[in-house]
Write a protein that binds this ligand. Sequence first.
Ligand code: SF4
Length: 512
Amino acid sequence: MNKTHRLCLVLGDQLSFDLASLAGLDREQDRVLLVEVMEEASHVAHHPQKIALIFSAMRHFAQALKDQGFRVHYVTLDDPHNSGSVPGELKRWQALLQAKEVHLTECGDWRLEQSLKDCGLPIHWHADNRFLCSRDEFRAWAAGKKQLRMEFFYREMRRKSRLLLNGDGTPVGGAWNFDADNRKALPKTVKAPYPAGFTNDAITLEVLALVKERFASHYGSLDDFNYPVTHADAQALWAYFLDYGLAGFGDYQDAMASNEPFLFHARISAALNIGLLDLRQLCSDVESAYWSGSIALNAAEGFIRQLIGWREYVRGVYWLHMPEYAEGNAFGNTRRLPEFYWTGDTQMKCMRQAIGQSLKHAYAHHIQRLMVTGNFALLAGISPSQICEWYLAIYMDAFDWVELPNTLGMVMHADGGYLGSKPYCASGQYINRMSDYCRDCAYSVRETTADNACPFNALYWHFLMRHGDLLRGNQRMGMMYKNLDRMPLEKQQALWQRGQSLLDRLDRGESL
Ligand code: SF4
């Protein structure tokens, strides 16, 4: 075999034609390597649909690169020579091809990047320029700050990208953030668009069969696989959202409704996170939709903020503070994750809906993740590492750089408030306001201490009581503690007892 000059390893979440490490490859002398490995598919029990998405998208991407003239080597999971790990395959192929140089774009997972750095090969690392803010740029912005705030970072990114800015650098509409307009519940008369569908081609069908056979023990169904696996299909999903979803996304992005898993959400996060869509193009399309008058400013700004604000911000935090960030446990939580997170077997309608659709579609939208499953984990004092593993495993779009800060920092406040200024804790009243779940729940959202009282209610007060030492000094928690302090002592005691009995039931392995 002729000697190869450059060997470029492309990971399963790096399926972008303009990936930095692909630029400058000589299509004659250089090689591209893609590998399906058991270690990445099973270091947590990833949802089978997520494994299928990544493998199928990788196979389609490899074919597209070949069609463009690249010399590509592809290792399937069932290849008898497959060593099972990314570093193992990289070493094997470097030796086989006698490659002089190995090139790689920064990973999305600290664990994997570290294992590659430790594998004994000198690697030429390329910054991942698919993001707006580089790791170094974020580090410089965060330097000297005790606490970070997304809002200030987001303004920097607006200035940098010049999205939704007036000529003088001020924000369009006179404010940077229109989040207050994005919190409407869904009226009965408003119908969400039926989501776009995709047909599985021969490559995807082959992958689905492989995943079904090899990952039968992982939680989640393969039956409803309906995700784009090529750049063209991802564009089609995006175009569908621009036409049918975006206008309603602003108003109803926090709303939840029974048996409506997607509402006005784009469902593009998985495609974006594996490289099938381009961040800058998405933002530019949304801005154009605003200037063309087809969507309101709160919809455009809210969407752009998710992408260049929150998404870039959590990535920055991740790379700034790994690996110690993963150890955060400010409340000292140790409770085991209840079994019903893996089955949906609970009487709580909101949890059953959020978990059920997560098992069925590997998807739940951000408020279901933050204010239902996340809120419950926070109030119930679940071990941060266990709930982080659940989110990483169950969601199609969950990669460590985005999942860990979102779950450990935002959901669990386990970083002590570094990433978010207060815990997102709420009683059942919030869920009742933003959804129709409570109408036919086995529990009553109006009750607080009765046997049929909504578990979120007593757990909310129990959470505030047991963490008063850490949270009473937080100005943003002032109103909550004022409400607690105004309650008669007997009421506080009854709430504590009800909350404790619910926690005891969880400790006995019972469902709620
Ligand atoms: Fe969820 Fe409580 Fe409402 Fe039931 S009553 S759906 S448990 S918030």
